[in-house]
Write a protein that binds this ligand. Structure first.
Ligand SMILES: [Zn+2]
Length: 678
C-alpha cells in the first residue's frame, strides 16, 4: 500500500517535471540530447522552476533524492536520440535561493539530505577515477552474471546467485560492469570570509560524471549538492562521529578577486576623501601594525605591496608581475612575525599566513600527495602561495622551507604559477600573489663584516627575486624608544588606534586595485631612466665591477612607483612617485648589499655571494697557488699563507678562500695541506 503510494507520488512528480521542461527547457533538452554523450547534463535555473511551481522548487531543496531522479526520468521522456542508445541526462541546478546558501562553518546536521550551496576554494583534488555504478558478478558455480547497483563507498556483492541460488563465490567482471568517472575535492572556506585568525573550515565534495576533471586546487568555486553524512572511519574502526560531505549536483566557478570586497557608497565617499588627504601616505603607514614600533621603510614598502601595480601583459603572451615581493631578514624577537600576521589577518583582503617550517602536506607551493581519502591514488594539494592567489602570502620562516618548495619557488615568484610533474601528474596552478616573507639570520645575529649571502640560508637565485630586502637588527640604540612605545601602549591602549581603521583600509586597497591603473608619465620615465643609466655607468667606470643594477631592479622600481600612484588613486605616475620608489630600492640595497670594504653598493654581495674586493682576493690567492705549483708541483698551505700575508690578505681570509675554492672545485688537495689547481 505504502509502496504503491510512493510509486504514485513519483509518477506524479515526473509528470509535473515533464510539463515544466516542455514549457521552459524543451530546446535545451533537444540540444543536449543531440550532443549526447559529449553533453550529458541539463542545467536548470532554480528560480525559473520555483516561479513555475513553488512546491516543485521546495521538493528539489528539501527532498532532492526524490526530486532529482524524477526530474531526470522526466527529461528522458521528452526526447531520445535516434539509434545511439538511451540518453541519460543529469539534471543539474543552479541559482539556489539565499536561504540554501551556507558558509562551510555553518553546515549542521539538520542540513543533511538537503540541496545546499557553499562557496570556497579547492584545496585538494584527487585524480579522476572510474567508480562502479553497476557491478557485474559472475557466479563461480553456475556462470550466471548477477548485476548489482552500487550505492555507497563499499562494494556490494549479490546476496544469492539468481542462477543457482548459492551464496557465490562471485567474481567481479570488470568489463561487463558500468562505471562513472568520480573525483573527490577538499573545499576550504574563502579566506576573505575569515577574520581574526580563525582557522578555515573545509568539507569533502564528491563529483561524478561530467563534473569531474574540471577543477584544480586553487580554484574558487560554488558547489551545489546534497549534504550527506557518513560515519568517520578511524583506523578501520567506525567511530560515532558523523562526518558530513557534499555529493555535488553542480558547480559554478567563482572569480573571486582580491578586490571582491563589498564597498558601499558611504565607503566610497570616505575613500575618495582619504585619497585627497596630503597626509595619506603617513596615515596608511601608521595604520600598518601600529603596535610594532618603528619600521617606517618596511611599512611603507608593505603599503605599496598591498596596493600593488597592475601586471603588464606582453604581446608574446608573457607577463610581468605587478606584485612586489618583500623579505624581512630579522634577528629574533624584532617583531617581524607580528607584522606579517597583522598584514595577513587585518589588511590584505586575501591574506594567507603560513610558516615555511610548519607547513605540512602541500607546503608553500603545491604537491602531489598520496591520497589520504584512502583509495590509494594521488591528490593534488594547493599550498599557501596558491591559496593566496590574487592576494598576499605572508610567509614566516621563509628560510626553513622544504627542498620541494625551494625548487618551485623561482617559478612561483616570477611567473606566479606552480607546476607539478610527479607520479604521471602534470599540473599548473596560479599563484598570482605578492610574497611578504620573513627569515632569520643563519647564526642568530647579523655580522656586518660577512657577506650577507653567507648569513642567510637562502640561495641567491631566490633572494634576487625579492624586490626589496630589509634587514632588522636588534638595535640597542633604539631600546629606550621601544620601551617607551610599549609603556605608552600599556598606559593607554587607545594610543595604538590606527588613523585608518583596518576595515576601511582594506576597502580602500580593494577600491584602488579595482579602479586605478596608473601609467608612467614622461617625467617619471626620465627619473627612472636617469637613475638606471647613472648606476650602470658608475659600474662601468672601473674594470670588472659587478653590475650594480639589473633589469630586475628596474622592474621593481616601476612596480613600486605605479603602486605609489595608486595609493592616492592617481592614474599618472609622477616624478615624485619614481623618486620615492628609487629611494626605497636604494635603502634596501644599501642595507643589504653595501660593500663595507669599498663603501659602494655592491649588489653582487647579495645575489652572487662574493663582493668585488673579495673576488680580487680570491683571484690573488688562486694566482699564488699557480705560481707555487709551477715551482714545486704543489702549493703548500704555509707558503700560500706567507705569500698572501705579504700581499695584505690575512690568514683567516686565506683559510676561507681556500675552503671556497675547494668547495667550488677550482682547487683540490691531493695531499694534506698541499693544493693543486684543477
Ligand atoms: Zn550461480
Amino acid at each position: 500500500m505504502v509502496m504503491a503510494q510512493a510509486a504514485e507520488v513519483a509518477e506524479e512528480l515526473e509528470e509535473r517535471f515533464e510539463r515544466f521542461f516542455r514549457a521552459y527547457y524543451h530546446s535545451q533538452i533537444l540540444e543536449a540530447v543531440h550532443g549526447y554523450p559529449e553533453t550529458r547534463s541539463l542545467v536548470v535555473d532554480f528560480e525559473v522552476l520555483d516561479r513555475y511551481d513553488i512546491r516543485l522548487g521546495d521538493l528539489v531543496l528539501n527532498s532532492p533524492d526524490l526530486a532529482i531522479p524524477a526530474a531526470q526520468r522526466a527529461c528522458a521522456r521528452i526526447e531520445q536520440p535516434v539509434g545511439r542508445g538511451r540518453a541519460e541526462l543529469n539534471v543539474r541546478f543552479t541559482n539556489l535561493p539565499s536561504t540554501s546558501r551556507l558558509a562551510i562553518r555553518d553546515i549542521r546536521s539538520e542540513n543533511v539530505g538537503r540541496l545546499i550551496s557553499v562557496e570556497g576554494i579547492v584545496r585538494k583534488a584527487t585524480d579522476v577515477r572510474p567508480k562502479l555504478v553497476v557491478a557485474a558478478f559472475e557466479c563461480r558455480r553456475c556462470g550466471e552474471v548477477n548485476l548489482v547497483r552500487q550505492r555507497d563507498e563499499n562494494l556490494r556483492e549479490p546476496y544469492l546467485c539468481s542462477g543457482c541460488e548459492n551464496r557465490g563465490p562471485f567474481k567481479l567482471d570488470v568489463e561487463a560492469s558500468d562505471f562513472v568517472d568520480s573525483q573527490k575535492l577538499l573545499v576550504q572556506e574563502n579566506l576573505e570570509d575569515l577574520r581574526g585568525g580563525e582557522h578555515p573550515k573545509q568539507i569533502m565534495v564528491l563529483l561524478e560524471d561530467d563534473l569531474t576533471g574540471r577543477l584544480t586546487p586553487g580554484d574558487s568555486v560554488e558547489i551545489i549538492g546534497v549534504l550527506r553524512a557518513g560515519l568517520r572511519k578511524s583506523g578501520g574502526a567506525k567511530s560515532r562521529v558523523v562526518e558530513v560531505f557534499i555529493e555535488a549536483n553542480n558547480f559554478n566557478p567563482v572569480e573571486i578577486e582580491f578586490e571582491e570586497v563589498q564597498i558601499s557608497r558611504e565607503d566610497e565617499r570616505k575613500i575618495l576623501e582619504l585619497a585627497q588627504d596630503p597626509e595619506i601616505y603617513s596615515k596608511i603607514v601608521k595604520s600598518i601594525a601600529p603596535h610594532i614600533y618603528g619600521y617606517e621603510e618596511i611599512k611603507e614598502a608593505i603599503m605599496y605591496q598591498l596596493f600593488s601595480a597592475p601586471p603588464i601583459e606582453l604581446p608574446d603572451g608573457g607577463r610581468i608581475r605587478g606584485d612586489s615581493h618583500i623579505i624581512i631578514m630579522g634577528e629574533p624577537a624584532t617583531g617581524k612575525s607580528e607584522i606579517l600576521q597583522y598584514v595577513a589577518k587585518e589588511l590584505a583582503p586575501r591574506g594567507v599566513y603560513a610558516s615555511g617550517k610548519g607547513t605540512s602536506g602541500a607546503g608553500l607551493t603545491a604537491a602531489a600527495v598520496k591520497d589520504e581519502f584512502g583509495d590509494g591514488g594521488w591528490s593534488l594539494e594547493a599550498g599557501a602561495l596558491v591559496l593566496a592567489d590574487r592576494g598576499v602570502a605572508c610567509i614566516d620562516e621563509f628560510d626553513k622551507m622544504e627542498a620541494g618548495d625551494r625548487s618551485a619557488m623561482h617559478e612561483a615568484m616570477e611567473q606566479q604559477s606552480v607546476s607539478i610533474a610527479k607520479a604521471g601528474i602534470l599540473a599548473t596552478f596560479r599563484s598570482r600573489c605578492a610574497i611578504l616573507a620573513a627569515a632569520n639570520p643563519k647564526y642568530g645575529r647579523f655580522d656586518e663584516y660577512r657577506p650577507i649571502s653567507e648569513q642567510v640560508n637562502l640561495p641567491p637565485t631566490i633572494l634576487s627575486r625579492f624586490d626589496l630586502i630589509f634587514f632588522v637588527r636588534d638595535d640597542l640604540s633604539k631600546t629606550r624608544e621601544v620601551a617607551r612605545h610599549i609603556l605608552d601602549t600599556a598606559a593607554s591602549p587607545e594610543s595604538l588606534q590606527p588613523p585608518i581603521p583596518p576595515e576601511l583600509l582594506r576597502k580602500y586597497i580593494a577600491y584602488a586595485r579595482q579602479n586605478i591603473f596608473p601609467e608612467l608619465s614622461e617625467e617619471a620615465r626620465r627619473v627612472i631612466e636617469d637613475f638606471y643609466v647613472e648606476m650602470r655607468e658608475v659600474a662601468q667606470q672601473s674594470e670588472d665591477v659587478p653590475i650594480p643594477l639589473t633589469a630586475r631592479q628596474l622592474w621593481a622600481i616601476v612596480r613600486l612607483a605605479r603602486a605609489r600612484a595608486r595609493v592616492r588613486l592617481s592614474r599618472v605616475v609622477t616624478a615624485e612617485d619614481a623618486e620615492r620608489a628609487i629611494e626605497l630600492i636604494k635603502f634596501s640595497l644599501s642595507q643589504a648589499g653595501l660593500d663595507f670594504e669599498t663603501g659602494r653598493v655592491d649588489i653582487d654581495k647579495i645575489y652572487v655571494g662574493v663582493t668585488k674586493s673579495q673576488r680580487d682576493k680570491i683571484r690573488e690567492v688562486l694566482g699564488i697557488i699557480r705560481e707555487l705549483e709551477e715551482e714545486y708541483g704543489t702549493a703548500k698551505r704555509s707558503e700560500i699563507l706567507e705569500e698572501a700575508e705579504r700581499r695584505g690578505i690575512s690568514k683567516g681570509e686565506v683559510d676561507e678562500i681556500l675552503k671556497k675554492l675547494h668547495d667550488s672545485g677550482d682547487i683540490f688537495e691531493p695531499k694534506h695541506d698541499h693544493f693543486k689547481t684543477a
